[in-house]
Design a protein around this ligand. Sequence first.
Ligand SMILES: [Zn+2]
Length: 200
Amino acid sequence: MVLLMLMITADLENLTNLQPQFGCNDPDFSYMFKVKCGNCGELSQKETCVSLKETISIPRSRGIAHLFQKPYHRKFPWTRILSYIQKPYHRIFPCPRIINYVRKCKFCGRDGTVAMIEGRGQPLTHSQSQSGKYAPLMLFDCRGYEPVDFLFADGWTAESLEGTTFGNIDLSSGDFADYDEKGECPVTISNLRSTFEVVK
Ligand SMILES: [Zn+2]
């Protein structure tokens, strides 16, 4: 099991708090990336698309509660109970594991899963952008697969430095430009960059 944090940055001109439309835990926000098999190194041809709202459960797997999605799964009410119990006790409960993606490698046949762990993302601020720092967006628990090449698409929001909100930003073309009436200045997003960083 490898925990990988998706880190993003961009050049923000007169903008701050770049994040998914409804925040970093937006259940509808789609994360698109390719996956690389940890066994044979095969890279998927197409991007995979995952979101917090779409989950798959693996029955009778020994789960760790922090891997469960919140809000708790209707079919597995004990996941909510688990989230209130202190961490060390999590490991003693055998329970279904909730994941967001499962795939069999086309080349070597090995199964791989990706689970999203919410609550770890933060908006990219203007000052982080200025200093070239990356902001964490989403944490992925990867088993057998490694996500690579995150694709920026639509569903983003950002605020101007004067407080105007710009919603439904589409970054699939690689940039965004608009005008802030309040601040009487152009607002742009460009030079999008991302990386998956190992979290220990
Ligand atoms: Zn493989």
